[in-house]
Design a protein around this ligand. Structure first.
Ligand code: 5GP
Ligand code: ZN
Length: 117
């Protein structure tokens, strides 16, 4: 069922504390932790604790959680003292999504190209 933990989902396991992660922030509904393979000096993932496969399905089913996540991306940037940063929701394997539990990447601490390629 939408929002229920999935047994085979890595980020559900992190949200439940069953897989370790370097957690930097946590709220009732969200968790933020450092990416294991950072693509920038700051690379933090912000997830809803509830399972939704991608950002669009999250937005359709639980829009308040999208607001919670975006609020937390701002809080992460503040904590990390990022003046400029990028928030990315990869959606679909063709766009680079590899973990099918919605998450925002917060990337900062280096210059960024636009368009991203
Ligand atoms: P995606 O490619 O789905 O947009 O992002 C998934 C991200 O999760 C990748 O940047 C990847 O490095 C990160 N990741 C994969 N496995 C783990 C893990 O076990 N722990 C942490 N902290 N990050 C992970
Ligand atoms: Zn999940």
């Amino acid at each position: 069922m939408a929002g229920e933990p999935q047994e085979d989902c890595l980020f559900c396991k992190i949200a439940e504390g069953h897989v370790p992660a370097t957690v930097v922030r946590e709220t009732e509904t969200t968790m933020a932790f450092r990416d294991i393979n950072p693509q920038a000096p700051t690379h933090i993932l912000v997830i809803p604790k509830a399972h939704y496969p991608n950002a669009a399905e999250l937005a359709a089913a639980a829009p308040q959680l999208v607001a919670d996540i975006l609020q937390e991306t701002g809080n992460v940037a503040y904590d990390e003292k990022l003046e400029s940063y990028r928030v990315v929701f990869n959606t679909g394997s063709g766009a680079g999504q590899t973990v099918f539990h919605a998450h925002a990447h917060v990337l900062g601490g280096r210059g960024m190209q636009w368009p991203p390629g």
